[in-house]
Ligand binder design. Structure first.
Ligand code: CA
Length: 221
């Protein structure tokens, strides 16, 4: 899963970026409202963490612009503690959730995962699809025989994206966009390597190749 963090406090954003990466997200950072709005429109993020007090363009305006253009990316706003009116304004502008500063990063990660799961139509913290059970906290996957495997960060992000989109044909380009951050070398051939690794761990039938189109994670096997 790939998230955009729009936050102008450099200390906070550096810390959050590495915490989110450790939690299995690919993370891009914008430090002002204009860049943040542009990136949120250009790149297919799975969620956005949006500070409201931003230079160049306030967070609320960024959010309103996205919603006016039908950009429905899930957005969690960061509000000042006890500023109830910021929360109301945020929800009216189209926010999906909020967190008051200061906050614990564990709560931010839990809320982001919940937002992304709800968007994917999945209610449980453990993702169970196609005989597999993915554990976001441990970054492990268990098969129907109870055998569990550890996943690298990229393997985890790729498998989670497959499991949130079962039965859909996913192109290498789309997978690359959701698995890597902006700064990564987005060579879509790398996806082939990771699909091969997932097949080695979980069985070759887990992900089908559609020649010239991409891959399908099979929910029914
Ligand atoms: Ca700020």
């Amino acid at each position: 899963m790939r998230v955009l963090l729009v936050e102008d406090d450099p200390t906070l954003s550096v810390g959050l970026k590495s915490d989110l990466q450790r939690a299995g997200f690919a993370v891009d950072v914008a430090d002002n409202g204009v860049d943040g709005e542009f990136m949120g429109d250009e790149e297919p993020y799975d969620a956005v963490v949006l500070d409201l007090g931003l230079p160049d363009r306030p967070g609320l305006e960024v959010l309103r612009h996205w919603r006016e253009r039908d950009n429905a990316v899930p957005v969690l706003i960061l509000t000042a503690r006890d500023a109830w009116h910021e929360k109301v304004d945020g929800f009216q502008a189209g926010a999906d959730d909020y967190l008051g500063k200061p906050f614990h990063v564990e709560e931010l990660i839990a809320r982001l995962n919940a937002l992304i799961r709800r968007r994917g139509g999945v209610a449980s913290p453990r993702l169970k699809v196609g005989g597999l059970e993915l554990d976001s906290d441990q970054q492990t996957v268990c098969d129907s025989s109870g055998q569990c495997f550890e996943l690298t960060g990229t393997e985890f992000r790729l498998l989670r994206y497959f499991m949130l989109n079962p039965g859909k044909v996913l192109s290498k380009t789309r997978l690359t966009e959701h698995v890597y951050d902006y700064d990564s070398d987005k060579d879509s051939n790398v996806i082939e390597v990771y699909v091969k690794r997932l097949r080695q761990k979980l069985g070759k039938d887990i992900i089908q190749t559609r020649r010239g189109q991409g891959y399908v994670f099979e929910a029914e096997r």
